[in-house]
Design a protein around this ligand. Sequence first.
Ligand code: SF4
Length: 448
Amino acid sequence: MSGEKVIIKRVERYDTTAIQDFVYKAIKTLDIEPKPRAFIKPNLVQATRYAEHAYTHPEFLRGIFRGLRESGVAEQILYEDCGIAVPLRYVFRGSGYNRLCKDEGVRFLNLAEAVHDAWVKIDRGEIHDELPLPSELLRDGLHVYAPKLKVHSQTDITGSSKLMIGIIKRSVRLHRHHYDLGKKIVDAVFAYPPDLVLVDAVNIGINGVGCPDPVNLGALIAARNPVAADAVSAWLLGFDPAEIEHLRLASRRGLGPVDLTKIELINPDRVQPARPDQYKERKINGLNPHIRYFEGDVHDGKRCRGGCIGFVAESIHYLNHYHNWRKNEKVNFAASALFWLLGQLPSQERPRKLGVVVGDYKGDIPDEYRSNLVFVGDCTRAKDVKPRVHLKGCPVYMARQTFEFARHSGQLNPYLDVIEGLPFIRAFLEEKFMKAWNILTHPLRRNR
Ligand code: SF4
């Protein structure tokens, strides 16, 4: 594919009318034929009071819903799954999407609870030959990707292609989510390619995808092609798109152009890119003053950034972010008492040095870390030291790492946050019930 158009528009804040207008005009400029139905995929990793910038902004989605409606799309279905070990209902409420969907008459398809009763074949799939999806997603309709643009510790950027990891059922989500993550992303896009990509780049997220810090880029991006949209997004963040592995692989497999000279850029407001290297990968040592990271070899010298390494970077940053956030938070007496009972008040924190090892580590480990080490991942080993705990898995997902790092480094644990706890538990129980209910009442089962 060449000559793909990508539109950039400057919009300084989440102005619903301006976003609606942008969507309506983008559909015309990109020659997209509206259909009576649209399936819209946002980016909803997590949503808590200390992670407000991890997901596609609700007002951006509102603008999309209205712009699509204005273009003739009557029925709209928002679908999503979130991070593993988190009930989707919990982040759906926390993000304000439940209220938004009610206001706008949009139906929500909860992928964490839906029955995945259909399989889609993947053309030349490298990690997956096919993926399970709810059959409802395969009905005729316009496929819209609505990612939030973020800098990502595993893939440099997360935009429209990386978005589709969320479509992969949780039971197979982590399968080869390691040094082959780029190939997995490309498979996921092949499974469910878009007709329209609309990127929320008004406030981008940096310093971690789970609880990023916002930076105002003040831009909206639209394209038909996900790789072209990502190439332009990467350029805006100061990256060379051709150096981003999943974009290079996607382009090689014919999904779209990564070469900016093959993209027709429509940028009337002259939105300028960031400085080169402004958002380059941060060193893991330096993300948290209490944790020292030791990285060994993984699989023939491949750096496993798409697996344990990227999740370690996220987890370590997450703990530091949570600590800083809680230090400045005022909570009421009841919450204070509950935090105190769990030993989770900032004044009760007693941090100690923790070493984290990934891969086959052959270097020395300083004495002060040798007695408090966590090994992460099936392939991890180091000579002459015994870890306190060896987290098994390939990869070990972020929630599990974060919990163990907090426990062994004596830092505040976001998973013991009493204010988030009750909504989390409620959503967890509802999710379990609804999953069982959906399986029991599924037509295939009833017709048996
Ligand atoms: S266990 Fe090893 S190969 Fe697997 S994701 Fe972790 S670091 Fe990568």
